[in-house]
Design a protein around this ligand. Structure first.
Ligand code: GLC
Length: 491
């Protein structure tokens, strides 16, 4: 039997170890599916201070201590810890690259209190990229594919094509770089370039508008680039707005850029088996969903009325997610026959916006400004609708979870949201959600009003729920596409 393809999946966030957003969900789920399809996959992430011996223990890898990692004019030391992620039928190996000075602090990229980015993020992620390549050599495990994700790992393809070009160990290794969000590029002062120790002739590939740009380096040197939905792959290459300054770079790599739309973890997010929610339910027993609505409202100390729809929001509170639009119409939203339940953390101005709304309209806005996995499940199960008015959305995962829970998404028609949600046509009884086009608060208000109106038609609503809940968003189809891509690269 042929040796299975060996893949190292590298990400700065991996559920259940470290998470600020959807990147962690993908990194925790996709490798399992690839593994189940017969490949050998291992995962690598930094060992942040918040990662302790739970949910699975960390073990020191005795042979992999004190590895030299050159960064700028210093040699830093890396230690490797080993752990795993348990799936229903699988156990995927996880390595954590440790350097307590760089990663042993609270917060992944920003200080948790000041919300300011760490001033040494350049050094931290240069160390991570270079450290991964050094550690693999020490360990003697030769991956066929190094699958990088976002800017934190984007120097790796550039290293492979330069410093490690003649290194026999990496002779057959190919790199894939997945873009989860093009707006985050690892943008640093010009002086950071020297710290990467990439050769001077690479300066042009790494500098962008006079600044060091990790993502650009990866985009130019990865053997293949993927984006997390087909629509987003096209948007970033063809429009200035979505291209975030790197449109021409992507245009240049057009033949090597593909969209593979994310799937979702159907084991974790399944209303029939979800152990976190008050009442499990299914399409056949959809009436039981109401118990979750009651429980959610009670938990948020809000009154319950069956005919008033609850609209859930779970999100990073960032501009990307459309909160400026919500801010413009917040008083109008409070007057609708609807209640809003929001869970999220992020920018201070949005914390203030929702704190104020909850105080002014306690029966209309239930707000929880921290991260809470259990409450996230309660909201998906207990809401009637789910709101994602994003300015842009590479893929989006919550709309997928929502559809599985019969919680009808209201989304802006952009990127993965546009691709995965099908517009409801009341006359035909088709569609899985409500979409609006213009990034504009009037358009947002009017689509919410429209959805509330349709909610009044119970037969139609059941039909929409059925359409949404019957969709298959499992990872398998996407994982197969990644595997085909790996195979093509290795031919
Ligand atoms: C980022 C994107 C989101 C995507 C996720 C996983 O968080 O903003 O749209 O779903 O990555 O790929």
């Amino acid at each position: 039997m042929a040796k299975p393809i060996q893949v190292l999946f590298i990400s700065s966030e991996v559920e259940p170890f470290a998470k600020t957003g959807g990147l962690a969900d993908v990194s925790g789920a996709l490798p399992h599916t690839i593994y189940n399809l017969g490949l050998e996959v291992r995962i690598m992430l930094p060992r942040y201070g918040s990662i302790k011996n739970s949910p699975s223990k960390l073990h020191d890898m005795i042979r992999l201590q004190g590895i030299d990692v050159p960064v700028g004019d210093k040699i830093l030391k890396a230690n490797v810890k080993s752990s795993f992620i348990l799936g229903t039928f699988t156990k995927v190996q996880v390595y954590l690259l440790d350097n307590p000075d760089l990663f042993g602090r609270p917060g992944l990229y920003v200080h948790p209190d000041s919300k300011k980015a760490f001033p040494d993020n350049d050094v931290r992620f240069i160390f991570f990229c270079r450290g991964v390549l050094e550690m693999l050599k020490k360990m003697g495990w030769q991956p066929d594919i190094i699958h990088c994700n976002d800017w934190h790992t984007a120097l790796i393809p550039a290293y492979l094509k330069t410093l490690y070009k003649d290194d026999k160990f990496y002779k057959n290794t190919k790199s894939v770089l997945t873009i989860h969000n093009l707006a985050y590029q690892g943008d640093f002062p010009k002086t950071s370039f020297a710290k990467t120790l990439l050769p001077p002739e690479l300066e042009e590939d790494v500098l962008h508008n006079g600044r060091t740009n990790f993502l650009k380096a990866g985009l130019l040197h990865a053997d293949v680039i993927t984006a997390v939905s087909t629509k987003y792959a096209e948007e970033i290459r063809t429009t200035e707005e979505y291209g975030c300054g790197l449109q021409s770079v992507l245009q240049k790599r057009k033949r090597h850029l593909v969209g593979i739309t994310n799937g979702m973890d159907v084991e974790k997010w399944n209303p029939e088996t979800d152990e976190l929610i008050p009442q499990q339910y299914s399409l056949k027993k959809i009436e039981l969903k109401l118990e979750n609505k009651k429980a959610l409202l009670a938990r948020m100390k809000m009154p319950f009325k069956e005919s008033t729809p609850v609209i859930g929001i779970i999100s990073r509170l960032a501009d990307q997610k459309g909160f400026d639009l919500i801010g413009e119409i917040i008083d109008k939203l409070a007057k609708l026959n609807a209640q809003f339940v929001l869970l999220g953390v992020g920018e201070k101005k949005y914390h203030a916006l929702f704190e104020k709304a909850a105080k002014k309209y306690p029966e209309k806005f239930g707000v929880c400004l921290r991260f809470d996995q259990e409450l996230a499940h309660w909201i998906e199960a207990g809401s009637d609708m789910f709101l994602m008015p994003s300015r842009y959305e590479p893929c989006g995962l919550n709309q997928l979870y929502s559809m599985k829970y019969g919680t009808i998404p209201i989304v802006r028609a952009t990127g993965g949201l546009d691709e995965t949600v099908e517009q409801v046509e009341p006359a035909k009884g088709t569609g899985t959600g409500f979409k609006f086009e213009e990034y504009d608060s009037k358009a947002l208000l009017s689509v919410i009003q429209h959805a509330i109106q349709q909610f009044g038609n119970q037969a139609l609503w059941r039909k929409i729920q059925k359409n949404a809940m019957s969709k298959d968003f499992s990872w398998e189809a996407s994982a197969k596409k990644y595997i085909n891509l790996y195979k093509k690269l290795l031919q």
